[in-house]
Ligand binder design. Sequence first.
Ligand code: EPZ
Length: 425
Amino acid sequence: MDKFVIRGGNPLLGTVRVSGAKNSALPCMAAAILTAEEVVLENIPQVQDIETERKLLVSMGAEVELGYGRAQHRTTVSCAVLSDPVAKYEIVKTMRASSLVLGPLIARTGVARVAMPGGCAIGGRPIDLHIKGLEKMGATISYEHGYIEAKAERLKGTEILFDKITVTGTEDLLMAAVLAEGETVFENCACEPEVVDLATMLIGMGAKIEGAGTPTIRVQGVDKLHGVRHRINPDRIEAGTFLVAGAITGGDLQLTNCNPEHLGAVIHKLQECGARIDILGKDAIRVRSEGNLKAADVSTQEYPGFPTDMQAQYMALATQAEGASLVVENIFENRFMHVSELARMGANIKVEGRTATITGKSPLSAAAVMCSDLRASASLVLAALVADGESILDRVYHMDRGYEHIEEKLRGVGAQIRRMGKVFG
Ligand code: EPZ
């Protein structure tokens, strides 16, 4: 089980290149199911969840090449033959975003068997809204042995209003609708950049979609989609994590290959805390701080509000800010797992339901801590970067799911971090 060893105290100085967005790449790879032709996706991050998605597609009969380094972080997916349209439990249990194959599978083959994802550390995370939408489009759904079985001759366009805003629910049903008969109008859609990225790819494949990125998306179904070459968005959450890293360590960081337009809420909040942030162009941002940060409240919201995926990272920053910061987690019911670990490093945090009150500035001391989920891991790395002494972070496999070469990137800007327990050679 890999661990990180991090010695705190160094301000981060220099330039970090942001990788492609995992949460764009996952739906875009699933969208390759919608055509028999080859799909090429660029700027794919080399993270565990992408490898899991590759395994999932191959297990269904797809051919997937995944190349990094000189291969420009590119994947080529060919779903000419989908011999076994089943998302097996062994794979789904390791990545609940596997449910993103449900919509494209039923749209392309008329049948889909997907293991129920089950919950995860941050919440129950049901997919009832995905199912409800598919039923509204004419799919017959049955459940047996922990699998969802969906069947439809051909899905039919209809009107769907999401009871709750769901990112992968919007993506899953968008992929179902592009090959449906007639028009589908979605209301109360997620507006995240990852939805727009997927829609851009689908339009490149010949889909007819209007309104992606707004609460109302209109789709005219077509009979067939063709292959496409598409470049994945930069990862706005990785970028946000590094902005916090520059601010919390009192450093001076430049981020390249990012998209400042996707980071509005995070940039404004960090500026409210006293960090200096300059937009250096359409794909670069600079963050500076002398370390004198002020408390500021955060309430997580769907995009363009403050992202839930930045809540844990922000909480680490709030421990170093003068005053009390209120952090309200509105999206997931159990996304404070990092609190007890931060408290073990000396943070002063009180949790009441979905609200955490962080009182700073608390000097943090290094400790052995446990990562519980992807973004909680990032929070503990950030805290360890400013803690006094050497921290040991266990179960960093959580971090490897969504952050590409994180220790190399941090070391490259002056962090004292190394990975332990990796079998080299
Ligand atoms: C996506 O998850 C992201 N994952 C998550 O990122 C992110 O935290 C989340 O959106 C919110 O932004 C991917 O894109 C792969 P939701 P998703 O459906 O789509 C409830 C990370 O750190 N809900 O928008 O699963 C749900 O329980 C991950 O990279 C239903 O009730 O999230 C939650 O309370 C973590 N029924 C709320 O909606 C449904 O059918 C929002 O969930 C679907 C969702």
